[in-house]
Design a protein around this ligand. Structure first.
Ligand code: GDP
Ligand code: IMO
Ligand code: MG
Length: 428
């Protein structure tokens, strides 16, 4: 297979970076197609940790092309900082390509993200404050500034002036924030433009040529199904489409050119930010999951909310993204548990529900139906084949496949590249 989409099935932080890095060993190209620097993808190689926000998780392989597609909202400052940090660690960044159609995050997006979310008071989303929502708002409002505009000195100066006139009024009148200085922003972004210019191209043409040539391409989703603006727990979602369908709009590669979809599933469940989370454990179990898994956000450092695996959510993700295989991560975090639970259905007012409810009021009130599993109480981080996993671990995984209707593709037992068990041999 030559085109594979990696998508998050829960509320993010499933370990997409680890799985993409693992599969990228065989890839020619790795592509980000949505989101922006709200993502925090951690890759661990030879005891070294790399935290990626905008750069695709294929960057650690010499010669791999890393594309930031048109559907991404790009903060040039973050992108350049990441590139500099990579170079300082001896990593070649010459394979990066940035779409000329990607939208640019500007300082007012970041400021308004923070102030806007605070202004919601108790209804706040708990965004990452990276300007993601406001940048996508401008895109939908047809006043966004794209990379091709940033590359055109005159056009950028003109568009920035027009936008700042609107944004400064909003900053002052709505948020009592001091206005941004046109000359300072212009100068700052002109500097970014010159540094980014060598990497900018028409990535739609590039990717479609690669598809035609049969090259191996990985599409790296950020965030996850339950944070999708249409399918997630709206309004507690991000502003883009993390499902596999996001590739069509965010990379310009048509749906019939996608060969396989892999859904990344954390063996339990976490969420950062506000919003419903049916299997959340606000108790000693939740604390144990957080401690065992060191569950603190990569981008914001916030403690992640923790709970049992919700197989209803994974089944829903499977349906929406056409997931062929699950890549189950962090199974090792459950090593110390005597008992593990899995949510296999929701009950609402005593009735079993067949769908994930659209209404957040209903979702907040559903009662998860749990199945209990005996823990394996063994360190599995050194195991490298499926047969060698403890019987109780296999039982848990096989039940997960049964309830979600999705096959087992990969099982990850640690953050490092080699701590990976591949079950499906036809992923890539
Ligand atoms: P992403 O946003 O989906 O890429 O996930 P994050 O990087 O935010 O969070 C996943 C964390 O789990 C990272 O620190 C990874 O290094 C780590 N990780 C990934 N797979 C495994 C695994 O199988 N076991 C353990 N213990 N850690 C893992
Ligand atoms: P990765 O790719 C987990 C959450 C935020 C907030 C909501 C909206 O590392 O899995 P935003 O800044 O996007 O407007 O915030 O979405 N969120 C994530 N949660 N992992 C992520 O990315 C996330 N990106 C955004 O916490 O609840
Ligand atoms: Mg993350």
């Amino acid at each position: 297979m030559s085109t594979v989409v990696i998508t998050g099935t829960q509320w993010g932080d499933e370990g997409k970076g680890k799985i993409v890095d693992y599969l990228a060993q065989q890839a020619d190209t790795v592509v980000r197609f949505q989101g922006g620097s709200n993502a925090g993808h951690t890759v661990a190689v030879n005891g070294e940790e790399y935290k990626l926000r905008l750069l695709p998780s294929g960057i650690l392989y010499q010669g791999t092309r890393c594309v930031v597609g048109n559907g991404v909202v790009v903060d040039p400052q973050v992108m350049l900082e990441e590139m500099d940090a990579m170079e300082a660690r001896g990593i070649d960044v010459s394979g990066i390509r940035l779409s000329n159609r990607a939208h640019v995050v500007l300082p007012y997006h970041r400021i308004m993200d923070g102030l806007g979310d605070e202004a919601r008071g108790k209804n706040k989303i708990g965004t990452t404050k990276r300007g993601i929502g406001p940048c996508y708002m401008d895109k939908a409002n047809r006043i966004g500034i794209r990379v091709c505009d940033l590359m055109d000195k005159e056009e950028f100066a003109k568009r920035l002036k027009e936008n700042l006139a609107i944004k400064n009024t909003e900053l002052e009148k709505l948020y009592q924030h001091e206005p941004l200085d046109y000359d300072a922003v212009l100068k700052e972004y002109e500097g970014y433009a010159e540094r980014l210019r060598p990497y900018v191209c028409d990535t739609i043409a590039l990717l479609n040529d690669e598809v035609k040539a049969g090259r191996k391409i990985l599409f790296e989703g950020a965030q996850a199904t339950m944070l999708d603006i249409d399918y997630g727990t709206y309004p507690y979602v991000t502003a883009s489409h993390p499902i596999s369908g996001g590739v069509g709009v965010g990379a310009g590669v048509a749906p019939n050119k996608i060969d396989k979809v892999v859904g990344v599933v954390k063996a339990y469940c976490t969420r950062v930010g506000e919003g419903p989370f049916p299997t959340e454990q606000l108790n000693a179990i939740g604390d144990k999951l957080r401690d065992a898994g060191h569950e603190f956000g990569t981008v914001t450092g916030r403690p992640r909310r923790t709970g049992w695996l919700d197989a209803c959510v994974v089944r829903y993700a499977g349906l929406l993204s056409g997931i062929d295989y699950m890549a189950i991560t962090r199974l090792d975090i459950l090593d110390g548990f005597d008992e593990i639970q899995m949510c296999v259905g929701y009950k609402y007012k005593g009735e079993l529900l067949n769908e994930i409810p659209a209404s957040l009021k209903v979702l907040a009130e559903v009662e998860p139906v749990y199945e209990k599993f005996e823990g394996w109480k063994t360190d599995i981080s050194g195991i490298r084949s499926y047969d060698q996993l403890p019987a109780n671990a296999r039982k848990y995984l096989e039940r997960m496949a049964e309830v979600t209707g999705i096959g087992l593709g990969i099982v990850s037992v640690g953050p490092n590249r080699d701590q990976t068990i591949v079950i499906a041999k036809d992923i890539f």
